[in-house]
Design a protein. Structure first.
Length: 104
């Protein structure tokens, strides 16, 4: 599981029947900055993830990949590798708030 930021979306007008109606988002994983543990920095990678929560661009989310992506009731029959399972409210590291959704 990892934290990522929603940076865009994917529109596919032709796809397998099981994927019809599922929103696809571009997500960019973030990590704790090793030189300043008080902030998050991008990993420089991007993924396409299925949105099960109705997320919006700019939100920080929780992602699972691989076989874990197919363990939710909404995704158990989908041919996917990444799914958004949560919207991040806060991130705390070493008793310090690194991210707060209400102040972003």
């Amino acid at each position: 599981m990892f934290v990522a930021k929603v940076t865009g979306s994917v529109v596919a007008t032709q796809k397998v029947d099981s994927m019809v109606g599922h929103k696809l988002l571009i997500v960019e994983p973030y990590r704790i900055d090793p030189s300043d543990r008080g902030r998050l920095v991008t990993t420089g990678r991007t993924f396409v993830a299925v949105d099960t929560l109705g997320c919006g661009q700019g939100e920080y989310v929780l992602i699972v990949q691989g076989s874990s992506a197919r363990l939710t009731p909404e995704t158990k029959t989908l041919p996917i590798d990444a799914v958004i399972i949560g919207i991040v409210d806060t991130v705390n590291v070493d008793n310090a708030k690194v991210f707060d959704r209400q102040n972003s």
